[in-house]
Structure formats: structure tokens, C-alpha cells
Design a protein around this ligand. Structure first.
Ligand SMILES: [Fe+2]
Length: 219
């Protein structure tokens, strides 16, 4: 192949790669906005979970590709809530066991919604398992720690941290000492003790300032 032709082919492939990246980013944003439109009370939740998860992953030495995928999965972890009816998703009072079971289907719906998107295919087991617990009492498959990828164990902590430190219509955000106590209490049952240790060290290093956590890792 002539040098000029080779150069043109390389340039076209680079441009195509860039266009594909932009299209993937637009898809991620569209899905993330769709989740927030369904439940405005959780506005910003997915973005913060993505930042906290990335922050933990960097500290645990995951490679760049794994961190990129982890952050996308964290951004879209609740995409399956799109498949849950408003009546249940936005219900202000206590859920019935049937309604709770329907909410607990959202990781399965999420995996189904994303199943045809090539850029997140490797992340589907992470989305599917984001409510599993290391003691095997989570959902939807009751998987124990040894069957949970590290990425799941990281997102689980990032997700719980943001939930506990955010105001919700039915309760105020917990103070940080209470949050730390909760992570210690659930270490080994809901959460992976190793990831809890890393996360609590990071919190301590940040000076326990919740509003600064996202700033430690550029979005
Ligand atoms: Fe979820």
C-alpha cells in the first residue's frame, strides 16, 4: 500500500473511532438523563456514584480500561428503574412485598436494556449484580463474595455512600460519623471488608468533607 493511502486509511479509522466514542458518550448521557427523569429525587446520584467508584478503583490500582468501564457501569447502574412502574418507583409509603419484588427486578431490567450495546457488554454482569451482598443475601441472584467481581463490590459501597449522604423525601442525609458506623457494621455482610477499609481511609484522607469527595477525582 502506498504511504499516502496508508496515511489516509489510518486517519479515517481514527476519525471513525472518535465518532464512535462520541456516539457512546451521547448514549450514556441519554440513558443517565432518562433515569433521573423517572425519579428526580435521585438527581445527580449516578454521576456521584461514578465519581466515588472511580476514586476507590484508582486507590485499589485497577487499570485504566477497567476504571473507565466501572465508571460507565456506575453511571448506568440503575437504568433498569426505567422498567419499573411510577406507581411503585415513586410510592411515598411502605412497599408491599410484591412491590418490593418488582423494584428488585431493576438490575435484571438494566441488563436487558443494555444487552445490545457493545461498549458496555463486559459491564453487564456488574449492572446485574450491583445489589448483591458479600454474604449472599442480596439480589437478584444471591451471589456470595467469591462470585462478585471487585467492580461490583466497589459500586456497592459508592452507591450506599451516596444514598446515605443524600437527603430523601422520607429522611434527611445521615451525618458522616453515622455513615462510617454503618459501613463498619455492614463490613463482611453487605460490603467487602477490604473495600470498606480502602474507602474509609480515603474518607479520612479527604478530611471527612463529603462535598469534596467528587473533587478528588476529576469527572
Ligand atoms: Fe439499584
Amino acid at each position: 500500500m502506498q504511504l499516502s493511502k496508508l496515511f489516509r486509511v489510518c486517519k479515517e479509522r481514527l476519525q471513525w473511532g472518535e465518532r464512535l466514542k462520541m456516539a457512546n458518550a451521547a448514549t450514556i448521557n441519554a440513558l443517565a438523563y432518562a433515569i433521573e427523569a423517572r425519579d428526580p429525587c435521585t438527581r445527580g446520584h449516578s454521576e456521584r456514584v461514578s465519581r466515588y467508584a472511580g476514586w476507590i478503583a484508582v486507590s485499589m490500582g485497577l487499570d485504566r480500561k477497567k476504571i473507565e468501564l466501572l465508571r460507565v457501569c456506575a453511571r448506568l447502574h440503575d437504568v433498569g428503574k426505567i422498567g419499573v412502574s411510577d406507581r411503585i418507583l415513586l410510592k411515598p409509603s411502605k412497599l408491599t412485598p410484591q412491590e418490593r419484588a418488582e423494584i428488585e427486578r431493576h438490575p435484571v431490567y438494566g441488563a436487558q436494556i443494555l444487552s445490545d450495546l457493545a461498549f458496555i457488554r463486559k459491564g453487564i454482569p456488574i449492572i446485574l449484580s450491583h445489589h448483591e451482598r458479600v454474604d449472599g443475601t442480596g439480589y437478584p441472584q444471591r451471589l456470595k463474595k467469591h462470585r462478585l467481581p471487585l467492580e461490583v463490590r466497589i459500586i456497592s459501597i459508592a452507591d450506599a455512600f451516596d444514598a446515605m449522604t443524600s437527603d430523601r423525601p422520607y429522611r434527611k442525609a445521615l451525618p458522616l460519623p453515622e455513615v462510617v458506623k454503618e459501613f463498619k457494621r455492614c463490613s463482611g455482610s453487605q460490603f467487602d471488608p477490604q473495600v470498606v477499609r480502602v474507602f474509609l481511609c480515603l474518607l479520612e484522607e479527604s478530611g471527612w468533607a463529603a462535598h469534596d469527595f467528587g473533587g478528588l477525582l476529576a469527572a
